[in-house]
Design a protein. Structure first.
Length: 225
């Protein structure tokens, strides 16, 4: 089943501390952004990628697409102040229908099998998000004092991709924008509509390159694959 990707790449990578957008950092001599784009470039089911970029990085990213022979980017839109605004810009630019996937440019290790399942489940149920089970004991605490131990069987660590019927995502995004609601992922926006969101079990190696130690892990993963 075909899908289109909305990919926010307009962050500033504060927590990585490189002093510039972390997506330009290299893993095995290739920028993180190029690794992530490659996954979709090589997936026959992916019909196109809408990238949200910072205006002053547009040129550099255009050159990167040429250098790494990425052909599926159909639009590059200006990102916004928050991740949600960048995704909203992608949603506005999309002209099709069917299933769309939102995926962080900072997650280069997503597996095609997970993408495929997300698309199938979203086609059937409207919304599907990637997640892994919490491995550690989880507690609620206030000011460093435990209030409760949470039932771990019900806890999931949520990642991207998140897949949706486009019309559902569009409605959720418009409602959030109208009401000035800012969520941490697109699922939250869809949850606010009262629409059920299904979790598709992903893998622990679908890490987001966020801090320096993630790069170390990323290099190891690349060498192992
Ligand atoms: N992103 C975006 N627009 C923003 C903020 C983030 O498109 N205004 C993108 C990032 O480029 C990244 C993804 O959203 O691909 C996930 O965000 P995150 O990992 O938080 O990246 P940054 O915001 O760049 O990093 P930090 O929060 O450490 O500054
Ligand atoms: Mg951020």
């Amino acid at each position: 089943m075909k899908y289109t990707v909305m990919m926010p790449a307009a962050g500033s990578g504060q927590r990585m501390g490189a002093g510039y957008n972390k997506l330009f950092l290299k893993l095995d001599d290739k920028p993180i952004l190029a690794h992530t784009l490659d996954v979709f470039e090589g997936d026959l089911a992916c019909e196109g990628i809408i990238l949200a970029v910072k205006p002053d990085e547009r040129q550099a990213i255009q050159s990167m697409l040429e250098q790494y022979a990425i052909t599926k980017v159909t639009a590059m839109v200006d990102g916004g102040g928050e991740r949600q605004n960048s995704v909203a810009a992608c949603i506005r630019a999309y002209k099709g229908s069917g299933i769309v996937l939102v995926h962080d440019a900072a997650r280069p290790f997503i597996r095609r099998a997970v993408i495929n399942e997300l698309v199938q489940v979203a086609a059937e149920h409207g919304a599907a998000i990637a997640g892994v089970r919490a491995k550690d004991t989880m507690k609620f605490a206030s000011a460093g004092v435990v209030e409760d131990t949470v039932d771990r069987d019900k806890l999931w660590i949520i990642q991207t991709p998140q897949a949706f019927r486009y019309t559902l995502l569009q409605e959720a995004s418009n409602k959030a924008e109208d009401e000035g609601f800012l969520g941490t992922d697109e699922s939250m926006l869809v949850e606010r509509l009262g629409h059920p969101v299904r979790i598709v079990e992903s893998t622990y190696d679908n890490v987001k390159m966020t801090t320096q130690e993630d790069l170390v892990f990323g290099e190891i993963l690349l060498n192992r694959r």
